[in-house]
Write a protein that binds this ligand. Sequence first.
Ligand code: LMR
Length: 329
Amino acid sequence: ASVYNLQAKENEIAYDDDQEGLNEQIVIKFSHVVAENTPKGLAAQKFADLVQEKTNNRVKVEVFPNGMLYSDEEELEALKEGDIQMIAPATSKLSSVVPELQIIDLPYAFPTYEAVNEALNGEIGTTLLSKMKQKNLVGLSFWSNGFKQVSSNRNPLIEPDDFKGQTFRIMPSEVIESQFQALDASTSRVPFNLTYRNLEYGRLNGQENTLSNIYSKKFFEVQKYMTISNHGFLGYVLLMDKNFWEDIPEDIQEDITEAMEEATKWNQHYAVIMNKSALDKIEETSDIKVYHLTPGEKERWMNEFESVYRKFEPLIGKDLMNKLESVRN
Ligand code: LMR
């Protein structure tokens, strides 16, 4: 409060006719499950700093990383209860609330980061965010983590047949489940922060995730083989409860929106750099065998995944699928 009062003094003239609101600082508890040194962790901190600066401390964003407050399975409920005010779950984890979000989970949906940004910053993103509103949620933006890679402690994953009979940890998404089914593999929906332990004890053979998550949560320590497949994309949707958002004064909403736009640009730029540097660090510090999928192998994976597209087109809808098609080409 003392910092706030100091700041308020400096802004006496600007705040002159708003004496009432002066002592009320809005606190936004922002909970997430990844490490601080990741595309989401760092963007969350960047967003917090920007909000504080733009609102002259009228809003304070407190970031809680590593699932220290709530696990990925608990955070949406905590948001609705008002125990926290902001979350940024992987879109896959919201698929039971907004099933169309699973368009982002389709294997090889996006050939490049440019295509991802075109989709999420463009019409596909706007359409998906508008669906959140119907669920009493405000989707402020999409952030990126990056492309997913796949790993196993049983055998190298090069041909579609190599997945047969193995169990992979997945996020809760039917599309991701179906992606592994197409390769005759089983899946298990395990919370993010229990994945290491389950891999370590051999309850799972493998997992898929981005390089920054594989590095920061040390999955590479408990896996023998990793394939750079870039077979899927992991992104986040930034969420607030609609009632909480609507109670925020309009001028502050504008500051928050601006801070979010800047943090999103920052995130989309650094996500690419961070995942690249995570691969360098994994290769430097571990014995995991890293294999880069060739274009021919990738094509054979894609052929197996055609069934996933056929299965989910009715759920996702023709309109979004057509929009995806134009982003892909
Ligand atoms: C996962 O569960 O693998 C990811 O959603 C974690 C994250 O938030 O990046």
